[in-house]
Design a binder for this molecule. Structure first.
Ligand code: FAD
Length: 391
């Protein structure tokens, strides 16, 4: 199949990965991005093994590994500091062929932007809608311009404008909790390689070291949606997490207010379809998920690599989009549901259920927890067979 030009709305993790993969396969690509500067996006992001394995097909796994810290062990504790579980991730790496890594989101973008280059990337160009015709699709931009292509991919994130037009009834679902993210420069508060998850009642804290640069952390708790009006997030969080075990208050106290950001957590019930004749969705636009399984980036990268490969090897656009939905909707829908469930369990408030949950975590054999992790962390590269993207 020969497509002349592919338009992508959104230069996030998904839009850039797709753009890079399509270019390598010889497609002409244009990416339209709402933001004026992508490199200001900071905070830590954990990339799951399946994300790294998919990036290997466009030779970006090594640059990401070099910029990242590898997580070797997950430690789970109660807010009083009682150990619930320690899971060594060596066994996961041995079984799936890749590791879990964390890095600054800005560094990840730097790698993607360097690989894509400046040509074909139009920042400060927000998509406002599209029009489908028999032979082409026309993307309309907020600045009044129109651009035409053979296919439009909506990779414009959780509040996707493209999804809203394609599936007007699809609604976001509030998880019940908000998340603060932060970066502390007190790197001696946590050893590199540890992912620490601390569970209170209806409240949680997690952190991991980004090597000698910073400690990346998140703080999530049950509350109604809507950003809190606070002068000092640090004061707010110090109060919420007072009396928590080391190193929670130390990490919050060493994080300046300017290095903290709040996001209410949403997902959406899985869609049955992602595409029309000449428009499809990818990443958070297609399957918004809560971040409890650290799979948002991994699934988005998988979408991009598989869609590029299918566009290259299918005989018609319709065939490529049908196969894309066939391979991606079941897997991502499962993870959306699992992640929602895991968020509910991790924010239990009822004291009896809370104690029961902690006992289950403490007594569940590591092997069972690992088995579940292995299933989501595998990347099925057999789907890329017969495509030049396969390495
Ligand atoms: C608090 C929090 C923590 C998270 N932590 C992790 C983690 O550790 N690991 C993980 O795997 N995932 C994590 N995620 C999820 C992860 O960030 C997303 O799944 C991932 O970024 C999805 O990539 P994307 O390209 O689909 O969307 P995005 O990365 O959101 O990119 C969308 C892009 O589209 C642009 N855009 C928006 N509207 C328009 C428009 N109208 N026109 C043009 N451009 C537009 C945006 O500016 C943006 O650049 C987290 C999410 C949250 C909220």
């Amino acid at each position: 199949m020969k497509l002349r030009k592919i338009l992508i709305a959104g230069a996030g993790i998904g839009g850039l990965t797709l753009g890079i993969a399509l270019r390598r396969l010889g497609f002409e690509v244009e990416i339209y991005e709402k933001a004026s500067n992508l490199l200001t996006i900071g905070w830590g992001i954990a990339v799951a093994p399946n994300g790294l394995l998919a990036l290997r097909h466009i030779d970006l796994d090594q640059p990401v590994l070099q910029a990242a810290s590898t997580i070797c062990q997950v430690q789970m504790k109660t807010s009083a500091g009682k150990k619930l579980k320690e899971i060594s991730l060596g066994a996961l790496e041995a079984r799936v062929g890749g590791s879990v890594v964390t890095l600054n989101r800005g560094e990840l973008y730097k790698i993607f932007l360097e690989a894509f280059g400046e040509s074909g990337l139009y920042i400060s160009n927000a998509a406002s809608g599209f029009r489908e015709e028999k032979e082409q699709v026309i993307l309309t931009l907020n600045n009044g311009k129109e651009v035409e292509g053979d296919l439009l991919v909506g990779a414009d994130g959780i509040r996707s404008t493209i999804r809203q037009q394609l599936f007007p009834n699809a609604e976001l679902h509030y998880s019940g909790y908000t998340a603060w993210r932060g970066l502390s420069e007190e790197t001696n508060l946590l050893s590199e390689g540890i992912y620490l998850s601390i569970l209170g009642r209806g409240i949680r804290f997690g952190c991991t070291s980004l090597g000698n640069k910073s400690i990346s952390w998140y703080a999530t708790y049950l509350t109604s949606p809507g950003q809190e009006e606070v002068d000092s997030p640090q004061t707010l969080l110090m109060k919420r997490y007072q009396d928590w075990c080391f190193p929670v208050s130390e990490i919050i106290a060493s994080t300046p207010n300017s290095s903290m950001k709040q996001s209410d957590i949403y997902d959406a019930n899985p869609l049955a379809l992602w595409s029309s004749q000449r428009v499809t969705l990818l990443g958070d636009a297609a399957h918004p998920m809560t971040p409890n399984m650290n799979q948002g980036a991994g699934q988005t990268i998988e979408d991009a690599i598989i869609l590029a490969s299918l566009l290259h090897k299918s005989s018609t656009l319709q065939e490529a989009l049908n196969l894309y939905e066939y391979h991606r909707i079941p897997r991502t829908s499962q993870i959306v549901k699992q992640s929602r469930k895991s968020g509910k369990i991790e924010h239990l408030q009822n004291p009896i259920l809370w104690s029961l949950r902690n006992a289950i975590y403490a007594w569940t054999p590591v092997e069972i927890l690992l088995k579940q992790l292995v299933i989501v962390s595998k990347f099925n590269s057999a789907l890329l067979a017969d495509s030049q993207i396969s390495n």
